[in-house]
Ligand binder design. Structure first.
Ligand SMILES: Cc1cc2nc3c(=O)[nH]c(=O)nc-3n(C[C@H](O)[C@H](O)[C@H](O)COP(=O)(O)OP(=O)(O)OC[C@H]3O[C@@H](n4cnc5c(N)ncnc54)[C@H](O)[C@@H]3O)c2cc1C
Length: 396
Protein backbone atom coordinates (compact mmCIF):
# COMPACT_ATOMS: atom_id res chain seq x y z
CA UNK A 1 0.00 0.00 0.00
CA UNK A 2 1.22 3.54 -0.79
CA UNK A 3 2.41 5.27 2.36
CA UNK A 4 2.38 9.04 2.91
CA UNK A 5 4.31 10.22 5.98
CA UNK A 6 3.71 13.72 7.30
CA UNK A 7 6.24 15.05 9.77
CA UNK A 8 4.79 17.66 12.13
CA UNK A 9 1.14 18.15 13.05
CA UNK A 10 0.89 21.95 12.93
CA UNK A 11 -0.95 24.19 10.50
CA UNK A 12 0.98 22.68 7.59
CA UNK A 13 1.07 19.00 8.55
CA UNK A 14 -2.26 18.39 10.30
CA UNK A 15 -4.24 20.25 7.64
CA UNK A 16 -2.39 18.39 4.84
CA UNK A 17 -3.30 15.08 6.50
CA UNK A 18 -6.97 16.06 6.84
CA UNK A 19 -7.10 17.45 3.28
CA UNK A 20 -5.53 14.23 1.94
CA UNK A 21 -8.06 12.10 3.78
CA UNK A 22 -10.92 14.02 2.10
CA UNK A 23 -9.66 13.62 -1.50
CA UNK A 24 -11.29 11.05 -3.80
CA UNK A 25 -8.97 8.03 -3.66
CA UNK A 26 -9.62 4.85 -5.67
CA UNK A 27 -7.64 3.07 -2.97
CA UNK A 28 -7.00 5.11 0.17
CA UNK A 29 -3.24 5.28 0.88
CA UNK A 30 -1.80 4.88 4.35
CA UNK A 31 -1.55 8.42 5.75
CA UNK A 32 0.67 8.69 8.83
CA UNK A 33 0.97 11.92 10.81
CA UNK A 34 3.91 12.11 13.22
CA UNK A 35 4.29 14.71 15.94
CA UNK A 36 6.31 14.80 19.16
CA UNK A 37 3.28 16.14 21.04
CA UNK A 38 -0.09 14.49 21.59
CA UNK A 39 -1.98 17.65 20.68
CA UNK A 40 -2.24 20.20 17.88
CA UNK A 41 -1.65 23.82 18.89
CA UNK A 42 -3.72 26.69 17.50
CA UNK A 43 -0.89 29.20 18.09
CA UNK A 44 -2.88 32.43 17.48
CA UNK A 45 -4.85 31.63 20.65
CA UNK A 46 -1.78 30.83 22.79
CA UNK A 47 -1.98 34.39 24.21
CA UNK A 48 -5.51 33.74 25.47
CA UNK A 49 -4.09 31.13 27.87
CA UNK A 50 -1.97 33.82 29.56
CA UNK A 51 -5.06 35.82 30.55
CA UNK A 52 -7.22 32.77 31.23
CA UNK A 53 -9.63 33.82 28.46
CA UNK A 54 -9.40 30.28 27.07
CA UNK A 55 -8.72 26.77 28.35
CA UNK A 56 -6.07 24.41 27.03
CA UNK A 57 -8.63 22.08 25.44
CA UNK A 58 -9.90 24.97 23.30
CA UNK A 59 -6.44 25.93 22.04
CA UNK A 60 -4.75 22.53 21.94
CA UNK A 61 -7.14 19.68 21.06
CA UNK A 62 -5.58 16.21 20.93
CA UNK A 63 -4.66 14.56 17.64
CA UNK A 64 -6.63 11.50 18.77
CA UNK A 65 -9.79 13.63 18.89
CA UNK A 66 -9.09 15.56 15.68
CA UNK A 67 -8.18 12.50 13.60
CA UNK A 68 -10.94 10.18 14.84
CA UNK A 69 -12.72 8.59 11.84
CA UNK A 70 -10.46 10.42 9.35
CA UNK A 71 -8.47 7.37 8.29
CA UNK A 72 -5.24 9.19 9.26
CA UNK A 73 -2.97 7.27 11.64
CA UNK A 74 -1.22 9.27 14.34
CA UNK A 75 2.20 8.39 15.73
CA UNK A 76 3.48 10.32 18.72
CA UNK A 77 7.24 10.50 18.46
CA UNK A 78 10.19 12.74 17.69
CA UNK A 79 11.65 12.52 14.20
CA UNK A 80 15.42 12.18 14.64
CA UNK A 81 16.66 11.47 11.12
CA UNK A 82 15.50 11.66 7.50
CA UNK A 83 17.14 9.64 4.72
CA UNK A 84 15.77 11.00 1.45
CA UNK A 85 17.62 8.49 -0.76
CA UNK A 86 16.63 5.41 1.23
CA UNK A 87 13.11 6.92 1.63
CA UNK A 88 13.01 6.33 5.33
CA UNK A 89 12.75 8.27 8.56
CA UNK A 90 13.85 7.51 12.10
CA UNK A 91 11.31 8.27 14.82
CA UNK A 92 11.84 8.00 18.55
CA UNK A 93 8.59 6.66 19.99
CA UNK A 94 10.13 5.80 23.33
CA UNK A 95 12.49 3.59 21.38
CA UNK A 96 14.00 4.17 17.92
CA UNK A 97 11.86 3.01 15.02
CA UNK A 98 12.12 3.28 11.23
CA UNK A 99 9.35 4.14 8.78
CA UNK A 100 9.60 4.01 5.00
CA UNK A 101 7.59 6.33 2.77
CA UNK A 102 6.37 6.79 -0.81
CA UNK A 103 5.58 10.47 -0.27
CA UNK A 104 6.93 12.63 2.53
CA UNK A 105 5.80 16.01 3.87
CA UNK A 106 8.25 18.07 5.92
CA UNK A 107 6.14 20.29 8.17
CA UNK A 108 8.04 20.43 11.46
CA UNK A 109 7.79 24.22 11.75
CA UNK A 110 10.47 26.60 12.92
CA UNK A 111 12.25 27.32 16.18
CA UNK A 112 12.88 30.43 18.25
CA UNK A 113 16.63 31.14 18.32
CA UNK A 114 17.59 32.05 21.88
CA UNK A 115 21.32 31.79 21.21
CA UNK A 116 21.59 35.28 19.73
CA UNK A 117 22.35 36.95 23.04
CA UNK A 118 24.34 35.93 26.14
CA UNK A 119 22.13 34.35 28.79
CA UNK A 120 18.91 34.30 26.73
CA UNK A 121 18.92 30.50 26.31
CA UNK A 122 19.24 30.05 30.10
CA UNK A 123 17.08 32.84 31.46
CA UNK A 124 14.63 34.05 28.79
CA UNK A 125 11.44 32.16 27.95
CA UNK A 126 10.42 31.85 24.27
CA UNK A 127 6.72 31.79 23.40
CA UNK A 128 6.05 29.26 20.67
CA UNK A 129 4.41 26.20 22.25
CA UNK A 130 2.48 24.91 25.26
CA UNK A 131 5.67 24.10 27.22
CA UNK A 132 6.72 27.73 26.88
CA UNK A 133 3.28 28.84 28.07
CA UNK A 134 3.56 26.51 31.10
CA UNK A 135 7.00 27.91 31.97
CA UNK A 136 5.70 31.48 31.66
CA UNK A 137 2.55 30.77 33.66
CA UNK A 138 4.49 29.03 36.42
CA UNK A 139 6.85 31.99 36.74
CA UNK A 140 3.96 34.50 36.71
CA UNK A 141 2.07 32.52 39.38
CA UNK A 142 5.16 32.53 41.62
CA UNK A 143 5.62 36.27 41.15
CA UNK A 144 1.92 36.96 41.71
CA UNK A 145 2.01 34.95 44.96
CA UNK A 146 5.13 36.80 46.17
CA UNK A 147 5.06 39.87 48.42
CA UNK A 148 6.93 42.06 45.95
CA UNK A 149 5.13 45.21 44.99
CA UNK A 150 5.83 45.41 41.24
CA UNK A 151 6.43 42.59 38.75
CA UNK A 152 8.97 43.64 36.10
CA UNK A 153 8.62 41.91 32.73
CA UNK A 154 10.79 42.57 29.69
CA UNK A 155 9.80 41.27 26.25
CA UNK A 156 12.43 41.11 23.51
CA UNK A 157 10.94 41.73 20.06
CA UNK A 158 8.09 44.10 19.17
CA UNK A 159 6.71 42.06 16.29
CA UNK A 160 3.17 40.74 16.60
CA UNK A 161 4.16 38.08 19.18
CA UNK A 162 5.89 40.63 21.43
CA UNK A 163 3.10 43.21 21.16
CA UNK A 164 0.32 40.66 21.74
CA UNK A 165 2.15 39.18 24.74
CA UNK A 166 2.86 42.63 26.22
CA UNK A 167 -0.84 43.59 26.13
CA UNK A 168 -2.03 40.26 27.58
CA UNK A 169 0.57 40.28 30.38
CA UNK A 170 -0.19 43.91 31.20
CA UNK A 171 -3.91 43.02 31.43
CA UNK A 172 -3.15 40.02 33.64
CA UNK A 173 -0.84 41.88 36.05
CA UNK A 174 -2.84 45.12 36.02
CA UNK A 175 -1.33 47.72 38.45
CA UNK A 176 1.37 45.32 39.62
CA UNK A 177 2.86 44.96 36.15
CA UNK A 178 5.82 46.92 34.80
CA UNK A 179 6.01 45.71 31.21
CA UNK A 180 8.81 46.76 28.85
CA UNK A 181 8.97 45.97 25.14
CA UNK A 182 12.37 46.14 23.42
CA UNK A 183 13.11 46.15 19.69
CA UNK A 184 16.10 47.16 17.58
CA UNK A 185 13.78 48.53 14.84
CA UNK A 186 12.54 52.10 14.78
CA UNK A 187 8.90 51.08 15.12
CA UNK A 188 6.79 48.26 16.55
CA UNK A 189 5.08 45.76 14.20
CA UNK A 190 7.45 46.60 11.35
CA UNK A 191 5.68 44.13 9.03
CA UNK A 192 2.11 45.29 9.77
CA UNK A 193 -0.10 47.96 8.26
CA UNK A 194 0.23 51.56 9.49
CA UNK A 195 -3.32 51.40 10.90
CA UNK A 196 -2.66 48.22 12.93
CA UNK A 197 0.58 49.75 14.21
CA UNK A 198 -1.18 52.93 15.32
CA UNK A 199 -3.93 51.02 17.16
CA UNK A 200 -1.33 48.76 18.79
CA UNK A 201 0.78 51.74 19.92
CA UNK A 202 -2.30 53.19 21.57
CA UNK A 203 -3.15 49.86 23.25
CA UNK A 204 0.40 49.58 24.63
CA UNK A 205 0.46 53.13 25.95
CA UNK A 206 -3.03 52.75 27.48
CA UNK A 207 -1.67 49.79 29.45
CA UNK A 208 1.48 51.64 30.50
CA UNK A 209 3.78 49.33 28.53
CA UNK A 210 7.18 50.99 28.16
CA UNK A 211 8.57 50.67 24.60
CA UNK A 212 12.32 50.89 23.90
CA UNK A 213 12.90 51.13 20.15
CA UNK A 214 16.33 51.30 18.41
CA UNK A 215 17.42 49.17 21.33
CA UNK A 216 19.27 45.85 21.40
CA UNK A 217 19.25 43.30 24.17
CA UNK A 218 22.89 42.64 25.04
CA UNK A 219 22.69 40.19 27.91
CA UNK A 220 20.16 38.43 30.12
CA UNK A 221 20.88 37.09 33.61
CA UNK A 222 18.53 35.62 36.23
CA UNK A 223 18.03 39.05 37.80
CA UNK A 224 18.62 41.66 35.10
CA UNK A 225 18.79 42.58 31.45
CA UNK A 226 21.38 44.76 29.70
CA UNK A 227 20.08 47.01 26.92
CA UNK A 228 22.12 48.85 24.31
CA UNK A 229 20.35 52.06 23.26
CA UNK A 230 22.91 52.93 20.59
CA UNK A 231 24.06 56.01 22.51
CA UNK A 232 24.64 54.17 25.77
CA UNK A 233 23.71 51.07 27.69
CA UNK A 234 21.89 50.24 30.87
CA UNK A 235 21.42 47.21 33.10
CA UNK A 236 17.92 46.95 34.54
CA UNK A 237 16.58 44.65 37.24
CA UNK A 238 13.91 42.32 35.86
CA UNK A 239 11.77 39.42 37.15
CA UNK A 240 10.92 37.81 33.83
CA UNK A 241 12.32 38.02 30.29
CA UNK A 242 10.39 36.75 27.27
CA UNK A 243 12.12 36.13 23.96
CA UNK A 244 10.04 36.48 20.76
CA UNK A 245 12.79 37.42 18.29
CA UNK A 246 13.36 35.49 15.06
CA UNK A 247 12.62 32.10 13.56
CA UNK A 248 15.29 29.52 12.78
CA UNK A 249 15.16 26.24 10.89
CA UNK A 250 15.44 22.85 12.55
CA UNK A 251 18.91 21.21 12.42
CA UNK A 252 17.18 18.09 11.12
CA UNK A 253 16.29 19.97 7.92
CA UNK A 254 19.50 21.97 7.73
CA UNK A 255 21.55 18.80 7.42
CA UNK A 256 19.49 17.40 4.51
CA UNK A 257 21.62 17.06 1.34
CA UNK A 258 19.44 19.45 -0.70
CA UNK A 259 19.90 23.11 -1.73
CA UNK A 260 19.11 25.67 0.98
CA UNK A 261 18.52 29.40 0.46
CA UNK A 262 20.58 32.13 2.14
CA UNK A 263 18.32 32.01 5.24
CA UNK A 264 19.01 28.30 5.68
CA UNK A 265 15.53 27.25 4.48
CA UNK A 266 15.25 24.23 2.17
CA UNK A 267 14.79 25.35 -1.43
CA UNK A 268 11.49 24.14 -2.88
CA UNK A 269 9.89 24.21 -6.32
CA UNK A 270 6.72 26.28 -6.83
CA UNK A 271 4.82 22.97 -6.42
CA UNK A 272 6.30 22.72 -2.88
CA UNK A 273 8.44 19.71 -3.90
CA UNK A 274 12.04 19.56 -2.75
CA UNK A 275 14.54 20.26 -5.53
CA UNK A 276 15.82 16.90 -6.73
CA UNK A 277 13.32 14.92 -4.61
CA UNK A 278 9.90 15.13 -6.27
CA UNK A 279 8.31 12.76 -3.74
CA UNK A 280 9.16 15.04 -0.84
CA UNK A 281 7.27 18.25 -0.05
CA UNK A 282 8.17 21.01 2.41
CA UNK A 283 5.58 23.44 3.75
CA UNK A 284 4.92 26.01 6.44
CA UNK A 285 7.71 27.51 8.52
CA UNK A 286 9.90 24.46 7.75
CA UNK A 287 9.61 25.15 4.02
CA UNK A 288 10.72 28.75 4.48
CA UNK A 289 7.33 30.16 3.32
CA UNK A 290 8.13 31.03 -0.30
CA UNK A 291 5.49 31.81 -2.95
CA UNK A 292 5.44 30.65 -6.58
CA UNK A 293 7.67 33.60 -7.64
CA UNK A 294 10.28 32.74 -5.04
CA UNK A 295 9.27 35.68 -2.86
CA UNK A 296 9.71 35.07 0.87
CA UNK A 297 6.42 35.37 2.78
CA UNK A 298 6.02 35.93 6.51
CA UNK A 299 6.13 32.69 8.50
CA UNK A 300 2.44 32.53 9.35
CA UNK A 301 -0.32 30.02 9.94
CA UNK A 302 -2.10 31.61 7.00
CA UNK A 303 0.72 30.58 4.62
CA UNK A 304 1.04 27.07 6.12
CA UNK A 305 -2.74 26.58 5.94
CA UNK A 306 -2.93 27.61 2.27
CA UNK A 307 0.13 25.48 1.42
CA UNK A 308 -1.50 22.46 3.06
CA UNK A 309 -4.26 22.58 0.42
CA UNK A 310 -1.78 22.68 -2.46
CA UNK A 311 0.43 20.07 -0.85
CA UNK A 312 -2.45 17.60 -0.38
CA UNK A 313 -3.64 18.17 -3.94
CA UNK A 314 -0.13 17.80 -5.41
CA UNK A 315 0.48 14.55 -3.53
CA UNK A 316 -2.85 13.22 -4.77
CA UNK A 317 -2.00 14.41 -8.33
CA UNK A 318 1.45 12.82 -8.23
CA UNK A 319 -0.12 9.46 -7.29
CA UNK A 320 -2.93 9.76 -9.86
CA UNK A 321 -0.96 10.86 -12.94
CA UNK A 322 -2.40 14.39 -12.82
CA UNK A 323 -0.64 17.75 -13.19
CA UNK A 324 0.79 19.36 -10.09
CA UNK A 325 -0.13 23.01 -9.48
CA UNK A 326 2.17 25.82 -8.30
CA UNK A 327 1.43 27.30 -4.89
CA UNK A 328 -0.22 30.69 -5.12
CA UNK A 329 -0.65 32.72 -1.95
CA UNK A 330 -3.65 34.96 -1.26
CA UNK A 331 -3.03 37.37 1.63
CA UNK A 332 -6.30 37.57 3.55
CA UNK A 333 -5.25 40.13 6.12
CA UNK A 334 -4.01 40.28 9.65
CA UNK A 335 -5.47 40.04 13.16
CA UNK A 336 -3.53 41.22 16.19
CA UNK A 337 -4.94 40.65 19.65
CA UNK A 338 -4.47 43.58 22.01
CA UNK A 339 -5.23 42.58 25.57
CA UNK A 340 -8.44 41.07 26.91
CA UNK A 341 -11.24 41.47 24.36
CA UNK A 342 -9.17 43.86 22.25
CA UNK A 343 -7.74 43.48 18.75
CA UNK A 344 -6.95 45.26 15.53
CA UNK A 345 -7.56 43.83 12.09
CA UNK A 346 -6.79 44.59 8.49
CA UNK A 347 -8.97 42.54 6.14
CA UNK A 348 -7.90 41.84 2.55
CA UNK A 349 -5.79 45.01 2.79
CA UNK A 350 -9.01 47.04 2.39
CA UNK A 351 -10.93 47.18 5.67
CA UNK A 352 -9.62 48.08 9.09
CA UNK A 353 -11.42 47.54 12.37
CA UNK A 354 -10.35 47.50 15.99
CA UNK A 355 -11.59 47.11 19.56
CA UNK A 356 -14.25 44.59 20.57
CA UNK A 357 -15.66 44.16 16.99
CA UNK A 358 -12.17 43.19 15.77
CA UNK A 359 -11.75 40.83 18.72
CA UNK A 360 -15.10 39.12 18.00
CA UNK A 361 -14.32 38.93 14.31
CA UNK A 362 -10.90 37.42 15.07
CA UNK A 363 -12.54 34.75 17.23
CA UNK A 364 -15.09 33.94 14.56
CA UNK A 365 -12.52 33.84 11.73
CA UNK A 366 -10.27 31.55 13.76
CA UNK A 367 -13.21 29.36 14.75
CA UNK A 368 -13.74 28.71 11.04
CA UNK A 369 -10.03 27.84 10.74
CA UNK A 370 -10.18 25.14 13.44
CA UNK A 371 -9.10 21.82 11.92
CA UNK A 372 -12.37 19.86 12.15
CA UNK A 373 -16.08 20.59 12.08
CA UNK A 374 -16.48 18.71 15.38
CA UNK A 375 -14.00 20.98 17.17
CA UNK A 376 -15.64 24.04 15.59
CA UNK A 377 -19.05 22.96 16.94
CA UNK A 378 -17.64 22.10 20.36
CA UNK A 379 -15.92 25.49 20.65
CA UNK A 380 -18.78 27.49 19.11
CA UNK A 381 -21.33 25.95 21.50
CA UNK A 382 -19.02 26.47 24.50
CA UNK A 383 -18.37 30.14 23.63
CA UNK A 384 -22.07 30.85 23.09
CA UNK A 385 -23.20 29.24 26.34
CA UNK A 386 -20.24 30.37 28.50
CA UNK A 387 -21.69 33.80 29.53
CA UNK A 388 -25.00 32.15 30.66
CA UNK A 389 -23.24 29.35 32.53
CA UNK A 390 -20.97 31.87 34.28
CA UNK A 391 -23.89 34.13 35.28
CA UNK A 392 -25.74 31.08 36.61
CA UNK A 393 -22.70 29.91 38.57
CA UNK A 394 -22.24 33.37 40.15
CA UNK A 395 -25.90 33.57 41.17
CA UNK A 396 -25.79 30.17 42.93
C1 LIG B 1 2.41 32.56 19.78
C2 LIG B 1 2.24 32.55 18.29
C3 LIG B 1 1.15 33.20 17.72
C4 LIG B 1 0.97 33.18 16.34
N1 LIG B 1 -0.10 33.85 15.80
C5 LIG B 1 -0.31 33.80 14.48
C6 LIG B 1 -1.45 34.44 13.90
O1 LIG B 1 -2.23 35.09 14.60
N2 LIG B 1 -1.65 34.31 12.58
C7 LIG B 1 -0.79 33.61 11.77
O2 LIG B 1 -1.03 33.50 10.56
N3 LIG B 1 0.31 33.01 12.28
C8 LIG B 1 0.58 33.08 13.61
N4 LIG B 1 1.69 32.48 14.14
C9 LIG B 1 2.62 31.78 13.25
C10 LIG B 1 2.13 30.36 13.02
O3 LIG B 1 1.84 29.71 14.23
C11 LIG B 1 3.15 29.53 12.26
O4 LIG B 1 3.57 30.22 11.12
C12 LIG B 1 2.51 28.20 11.87
O5 LIG B 1 2.19 27.47 13.03
C13 LIG B 1 3.44 27.40 10.98
O6 LIG B 1 2.85 26.14 10.77
P1 LIG B 1 3.78 24.85 10.60
O7 LIG B 1 2.89 23.71 10.33
O8 LIG B 1 4.87 25.15 9.64
O9 LIG B 1 4.50 24.69 12.00
P2 LIG B 1 3.88 24.46 13.44
O10 LIG B 1 2.46 24.88 13.49
O11 LIG B 1 4.85 25.08 14.38
O12 LIG B 1 3.90 22.88 13.59
C14 LIG B 1 5.08 22.15 13.64
C15 LIG B 1 4.78 20.85 14.34
O13 LIG B 1 5.92 20.00 14.21
C16 LIG B 1 6.16 19.32 15.43
N5 LIG B 1 7.58 18.97 15.45
C17 LIG B 1 8.64 19.80 15.38
N6 LIG B 1 9.78 19.10 15.36
C18 LIG B 1 9.44 17.80 15.40
C19 LIG B 1 10.18 16.58 15.41
N7 LIG B 1 11.51 16.56 15.34
N8 LIG B 1 9.50 15.41 15.47
C20 LIG B 1 8.13 15.41 15.54
N9 LIG B 1 7.39 16.51 15.53
C21 LIG B 1 8.03 17.70 15.46
C22 LIG B 1 5.75 20.32 16.50
O14 LIG B 1 5.38 19.66 17.70
C23 LIG B 1 4.54 21.00 15.84
O15 LIG B 1 3.33 20.39 16.19
C24 LIG B 1 1.89 32.50 15.52
C25 LIG B 1 2.98 31.83 16.09
C26 LIG B 1 3.16 31.86 17.47
C27 LIG B 1 4.34 31.15 18.07
Amino acid sequence: MTRICILGGGFGGLYTALNLSRLPWAVMPEIILIDRNAHFLFTPFLYELVTGEMNEWEVAPSFAELLANSGVQFVQGTVTDIDLDARQIEVNVGQPSTLTFDRLVLAIGGETPTNLVDGAAEYAIPFRNLDHFHRLNCKLELLEASTQDKIRVCIAGAGSSGVELACKIADRLKDRGRVRLVDRNEQILSKSTAKNRKVAELALSKRGVWTDLHTKVEQVTDTDITLDYGNGRDTLPVDLVLWTVGTSFSKLLQKLPVPHDQRGAIATEATLQLRGYGDVFAIGDAGGCVDANGQVLAATAQVAFQQSQYCAWNIWASLNQQNLVPFSYIPLGEFISLGIDGATASILGRFDIDGLPASLMRRFAYLLRMPTLQHQWKLGAYWLTKPFVETLRKSM
